[in-house]
Design a protein around this ligand. Structure first.
Ligand code: ZN
Length: 316
């Protein structure tokens, strides 16, 4: 019973329109779903990913309108690390980001570091796995150079020993050789990792531009065993949660990072065909009767594909 690397990463935005522009137009991800926070339907929950909205490339944002900038600290993920195919892809992204006014930095080993408009750090690394590339289509980004999904996340632990123990003993992670405190979770389909860096002294502040949680991929078949395993280890957890697109279990690891285990099933096509992903506002059934009022209160957002695929776009 192994976890297939990262399923999705969820972060916070204070500026939904700018967020859509950056992740779709600049980074070339597909908007795979546009829905609302079930507890507060006046704000969005936005999903970006590859062309088919597969686990492994799914970055989501809760909208907290006008939220003040956050700051990562102990117990928080501070960087999202993406796979690209080659050093050529790194060079392409360095030029593309600079063209858009985004400062980039080459790290030792040749990877590329930059931040989104709200300060969330991203790093691009040349992929060393043979996992299937998870790519979205974009008119300005050749497929060979596109982002290929998540490699891993970097985080700050408030209790490194506990963080390592849970990963190795409970979650089946293996330490990546020669990479410090880096732990890989690899299943039959794919893998992904979490790396722990020394936490800054200043406490973190969870707000715009910070990661809320990281989800690891599992299946409906394995979920009951995971719930049992986590519960038997004495770790407080959410129990089974139906998230519409997947089924989930949440728990906080000893270092303070919120983990989720999320299933591949049913996936994003539960709402309709893959061609329509992200084109209309998705509401849970209990909010559907209020669609008109809810849609009217939401931040107006651009339709990311309208400019280059007019035939395929429809309005929510
Ligand atoms: Zn989640």
């Amino acid at each position: 019973m192994n976890l297939d690397g990262i399923h999705h990463i969820t972060a916070i935005t204070g500026d939904a329109a700018r967020n859509v522009d950056f992740y779709t137009r600049v980074l070339g991800l597909r908007m795979t779903a546009k829905t609302v926070n079930q507890d507060d339907p006046s704000v969005y929950h936005l999903f970006y990913g590859d062309e088919n909205a597969q686990p492994g490339a799914d970055l989501t944002f809760f909208e907290y309108p006008s939220a003040m900038p956050g700051r990562p600290g102990a117990g928080m993920v501070h960087r999202v690390v993406w796979r690209v195919a080659s050093p050529d892809a790194i060079a392409f992204w360095a030029a593309r980001l600079e063209d858009d006014g985004i400062t980039t930095e080459r790290l030792d080993g040749g990877s590329l570091l930059f931040a989104d408009p709200e300060g969330l750090d991203h790093e691009l690394i040349v992929d060393d796995s043979s996992d299937e590339p998870l790519i979205a289509e974009h008119p300005e980004i050749p497929p060979a150079l596109a982002l290929q999904g998540f490699a891993g996340v970097r985080a700050y632990s408030a209790h490194l020993e506990g963080s390592s123990l849970i990963l190795e003993r409970l979650m089946g992670a293996t330490r990546r050789e020669g990479e410090g405190e880096t732990f890989e979770l690899r299943g039959e389909r794919r893998g992904g990792w979490i790396a722990w860096d020394p936490a800054p002294d200043a406490p973190g502040r969870q707000s715009a531009g910070t990661v809320h949680h990281v989800a690891w991929a599992t299946s409906d078949a394995d979920m009951p065993s995971w719930i049992e395993t986590v519960t038997n280890a004495g770790i407080p957890n959410s129990g089974y949660v139906d998230r519409h697109y997947f089924h989930s279990l949440y728990f906080r690891e000893p270092g303070g990072v919120l983990y989720e285990l999320a299933t591949r099933e049913p996936g994003f096509t539960v709402d309709g065909p893959v061609e329509e992903l992200g084109t209309k506002l998705i509401l849970p059934p209990f909010l559907e009767p209020r669609r008109e009022q809810i849609a009217a209160r939401l931040t107006p957002l651009p339709d990311p594909r309208a400019a280059w695929r007019p035939a395929e776009t429809t309005q929510a």
